[in-house]
Design a binder for this molecule. Sequence first.
Ligand code: SF4
Length: 381
Amino acid sequence: MQVALIYPYPKSSLIGCNPPVSLLYLAAAARDAGHEVTVLDVDEHSFSRDDIARWVGNHKPQIIGIPSFANNLTFTYRLVNKLSDGKPPWKILLGGPHPTAVPEEVMRKIPGCDMVLRGEADRSIVELLNCMEKGGELDEVKGLSFRRGDKITHNPDAPVLEELDALPLPARDMLGKAYGRGIYWRLGHRGTTDIIITSRGCPYNCNFCSKVCPVFRMRSLENVMEELKAIRSMGTRNVHFMDDLFVSDRERCIAISRMIRDEKLGMRFKVRGRVNTVDEELLAELKAAGTKAIVYGLESGSQKILDAMNKRTTVEMARKAILATKRSGIEVYLDCIIGYPGETEETIAETEKFILDVKPTAVALEVLYPLPTTKPKPTGH
Ligand code: SF4
């Protein structure tokens, strides 16, 4: 099958522009299964919707795969409408967090969307492409929602991908010239910055957080190292660990840090941490491996709001972790959410005071965005 995988949303923002690694996982899996895959990252060309439609017209794929997120649904809707205008020869497949959470709603609101692959699609996209190539029955593809006449059919969920090591590494070679042109960057790093995902899911259950698959799974150290070396061989020294929670398994984190140090990769890292999972020994190991910064999901400086979020941390834990991180020579970046139900001017002032007290390198303040599958009301309210 001829497949076009498109990341159509500009990622450039104040904090960075990542290579579309989740899409590159699917590209690698489909290519390994013998399908002809093309990847378009709109950031490479600053394409408009019209440009994307022209690109698709030139490539003439049989199926177009597009990830979709709650915060850019309007763009997805308009793009799919454009690409499905006039009964084109291709099918349009959506995936990602939003269609996974509400596939029926997405397919009803976006009539040009022929199919949705729910959950992590690394395996199911191959099943789908093989099935379409052979003219098989779509009922057989696990995790697929599709149209049959006027009805939308939802096949059973695909099994959770347990063996992350069995997946091919993301097909970065399919990014064309984008990579070499240095369009991928991250606040706090100089030069091209890539991302890596060494585990999927997260063992915590914060009320505001939406995950495609919550089950926590880890890649082996060797498998992570293979990808880091591949990134290094492309001339990139900066890597952002994009795991939902990299610092969740202390021993594994130390083992990865030591392996990186032993391999003398000469790379610089930014990782995501949790204020209750770091200590001085771990921080020293991370620093020695080349960790430049840790991003903590502080969320709030108010204990009342942290408890309502089911964050399972305390303000004092956060203070201790942040100060220890700074003492270790690692920069601290904080992610905060403003406007969680129960937030008041006083709780915002507590967050403001906390940030001013601990003086991180940078803070990202996000206004709460309600997502499907998250809890609509805080615990106990
Ligand atoms: S916010 Fe972070 S710690 Fe909480 S559930 Fe989501 S990924 Fe896990």
